[in-house]
Design a protein around this ligand. Sequence first.
Ligand SMILES: Nc1ncnc2c1ncn2[C@@H]1O[C@H](COP(=O)(O)OP(=O)(O)OP(=O)(O)O)[C@@H](O)[C@H]1O
Ligand SMILES: [Mg+2]
Length: 454
Amino acid sequence: MNPTGSILLVDDEQKLLKSLGRALRSEGHRVVESGSGAVARRLLADQTFDVLVVDNLMPEFTGLELIRELVATTPESERPQVLIMTAYATVQSAIEAMKLGALDFLQKPFEVDELLVLVTRALEHQRLRTQHRYLISELDEEFNHYGIVGRSRAMQDVIQRAELVAESKSTVLITGETGTGKELVARAIHDRSAQRAMPLIRVNCAAIPETLLESELFGHVRGAFTGATTTKKGKFALADGGTILLDEIGTMGQALQAKLLRVLQEREFEPLGAERTERVDVRVIAATNRDLRQLVAESRFEEDLYYRLNVIPIHIPPLRERREDIPVLLEHFVRKHAQRTGKRIDRIEDGVLQALQQYEWPGNVRELENTIERAVVLSTSPLITSRSVSNVAPPVTSAPALPSLKLHQNVEWAERETVRRALDQAGGVKKDAAELMGISQRALSYYLAKYRIE
Ligand SMILES: Nc1ncnc2c1ncn2[C@@H]1O[C@H](COP(=O)(O)OP(=O)(O)OP(=O)(O)O)[C@@H](O)[C@H]1O
Ligand SMILES: [Mg+2]
């Protein structure tokens, strides 16, 4: 079926105007007819049309003049597609009109079918333009705040601070619970900075064993330690000119903290085993879900380093303290994952929406996104129901059942469950999981091996 749309038809020849109008209507278009350029001009100012079909030669106000004015007064995205009708003698005007952006012209006399074909094509163009504009505005929305969604006062402050700090090269300390968007904000700062063309290098301090972290950060020369068979650049050198993101800085050991302090003070360091000192020009962004001040109080974090890092603090509050963000985040992630999976999701069931709004979200935005992704993937209809978000709105169960009455079997079950849940809550970071469980990392490794958990 051909697309239909709204058409403004302008011609001073009444007979032609009527017959063309009839033909267009019979195709399902909505047509407004006008016998004069001056009236058409007013109509264009008051209403929006998909297509303008205009005769060129008219008394007082020519078609070309009308087009010229339209172009001058209306942004392209809001203009109708333009088709101009001309007599042979005025074909030059048609060329003029095309230069002004008219889509095509009809040379009089023409068959009605010719007009119908051109109108169909014009509507096609209009549809594509609208779609394109929609995509662009989507992109703008994504990139305006670099994908940071949030309407709460607190998130608006975070975004504003990130924008301001992006213009400087100051050190930034981003704090917040797991999954609140610390890395997202760090990337936004880099992407908005004058150094955005230079690299952003992320080091996850928690994922790298203490013994390797130093060489990871500062590099090493060949033979610096057993196994150092080649010379390797460190992350600081790689980030030169750009940004280094020291993620999970709270887990860094104290020997290394002292070395990091020196880099922050002097902007220089020595690779392991190297004789010479290297200079770097890097912006440092540190992120942590720990309370560094508390760690300082417990003498587990260098006080000087804390102050060096905490030049511009950005704190992202947990999601449960900014519940106004939940609806927009839900909408954002439903759209994102519906698009990804090619599914149509119209809405979330009211009761479920309420449960999502009231849930505590210990894993913050990451948990919310995972919940929605799972719900979209599992949904079999355009409505998200409680079935697909059972982790948030759990069905009532009886007291947690023990697997058996065999003591050893139950103890093993409890061990396995504890490890699994701690890992889950720590986002897979073993060091944190061990801490949550109140055991050493070595002990955790033992349980991981015992139960073959990865
Ligand atoms: N305000 C937000 N708008 C859109 N997406 C967000 C927002 N906050 C977080 N996210 C998304 O949630 C996920 C977790 O964010 P991110 O990795 O930045 O958290 P984090 O604070 O670094 O967590 P962790 O402490 O566990 O490392 C990412 O996929 C991120 O894109
Ligand atoms: Mg992170």
